[in-house]
Ligand binder design. Structure first.
Ligand SMILES: [Zn+2]
Length: 404
């Protein structure tokens, strides 16, 4: 079975390769697409590769077999053994190793962590600036980045489709944004996701689903991003349970499409409240990113449905936001907010993930206040309804009593 290609692969001389226009990607989504890598590298004359690789994904996905003849060990510098959720220490280690290897290109092979790390290593290796110092305040990367090929093995964060990279410095999460962080080449091969275990399939798929829903209501959404987001949300809603519990080829293919489209959507719109809350859950409770985001999706959905002219933060007005919320009802096949919340909670529960904070083990008032204090309210301008600190605490408390 084959999947539609969103774009055809770009093949070019090395000069063109190195000066590929920013903000443009050559993307292949197809079963068996991994086999195209050798062809790309040959035509690009990229010989020496810095491979940022999740070794478990590499072994379990069967990639080593497919790429045995393409990636010669003598031309590859491997970078692995990094912690989940990108840490600044791993970026620093990677930048040093990458400079030593002096590669023609960087390949990211793995989930969101591998791809985000590869983005930062490819870009920071071209600059004197210390990642630890500049990550918290942002950096423009005037020298650009090494060419980067992203090969996601989960579906997924959609990191391959965005110009952001997340990094934790001293437990604090930062998002670095630059057009040069967008990988120039993307290979999405659903076969690579067949061996992903159910728990990880569920958590990564929920990330795609939540990103899609958040993107639809985001203040930063455009007609283009909403188009990607609605399709992504639909695909994820209809295929995630099947991909998690039965790992069928069509469901894996659909989830790969969903994750990539959700990535394209948030690349334009950015994420909103559930993501902002999730980072403390991941950092302090070790809850996988997607599962952490999903834990408050239902209560934020309920909160946003109460938007009024007084607290609407989208300059396009409350009616505009309501139209977007109506699109979410349609995607969720719900008649009203109550039913939409129930459908979201049911979906999450079916995946054996947490439909609420209580289910995730956040039960005391102290825990709620600690999480609320970690959410940067200034960063929430992207949520369609303004939220004050006391409202945030009330919302998190509400999530303790869910599911209804
Ligand atoms: Zn996410």
């Amino acid at each position: 079975m084959s999947y539609p290609r969103l774009n055809s692969l770009t093949t070019s001389s090395r000069d063109t390769w190195l000066s590929a226009p920013l903000n443009q990607q050559a993307v292949t989504i197809a079963e068996g697409a991994l086999a195209e890598l050798g062809k790309i590298l040959r035509e690009a004359k990229a010989r020496n590769i810095f491979l940022v690789v999740d070794e478990i994904a590499w072994e379990q996905s069967g990639a080593s077999e497919v790429l045995r003849s393409e990636l010669k060990p003598e031309n590859i510098a491997r970078f692995s053994n990094f912690q989940p959720n990108p840490k600044i220490e791993d970026v620093e280690r990677g930048v040093i190793a990458c400079r030593e290897a002096n590669p023609d290109a960087v390949i990211a092979f793995g989930g969101g962590t591998a791809i985000d790390l590869a983005k930062m290593i490819a870009a920071f290796s071209q600059h004197e600036a210390a990642p630890r110092e500049v990550a918290p305040r942002g950096f423009s990367f005037p020298n650009g980045s090494l060419p980067l090929i992203a090969i996601p093995t989960t579906a997924g964060t959609g990191s391959e489709a965005t110009h952001f990279a997340v990094v934790y410095v001293e437990g604090q999460k930062y998002s670095i944004a630059s057009s040069c962080l967008l990988p120039g080449w993307v290979i999405i091969d659903p076969k690579l996701t067949y061996s992903v275990p159910p728990r990880m399939t569920a958590a990564t798929g929920l990330d795609a689903f939540c990103q899609a829903i958040e993107s639809i209501w985001s203040v930063g959404a455009t007609e283009e991003s909403v188009g990607y987001a609605v399709e992504a949300a639909r695909l994820a809603k209809n295929s995630l349970a099947e991909a998690t519990h039965r790992s069928s080829a069509p469901s894996r293919g659909a989830m790969c499409q969903a994750a990539h489209l959700a990535g394209k959507a948030i690349n334009i719109s950015k994420t909103t409240l559930p993501h902002a809350i999730s980072y403390a859950l991941t950092s302090d409770y070790g809850i996988p990113h997607g599962a952490a985001v999903a834990a408050t999706l239902s209560c934020v959905l309920a909160f946003n449905f109460e938007v009024s002219a007084e607290d609407c933060s989208d300059p396009r007005g409350v009616e505009h936001v309501r139209r977007r919320l109506a699109m979410i009802l349609e995607v969720l096949e719900a008649d009203d907010a109550e039913e939409a919340c129930q459908n979201v909670e049911r979906l999450i529960q079916n995946l054996n993930c947490f439909p609420s904070l209580a289910a995730a083990g956040v039960v005391s008032d102290e825990q709620i206040r600690a999480i609320a204090s970690r959410v940067n309210l200034e960063r929430l301008a992207n949520n369609p309804r303004r939220i004050a600190q006391d409202q945030l605490i009330a919302l998190l408390r509400h999530s303790q009593t869910s599911p209804r």
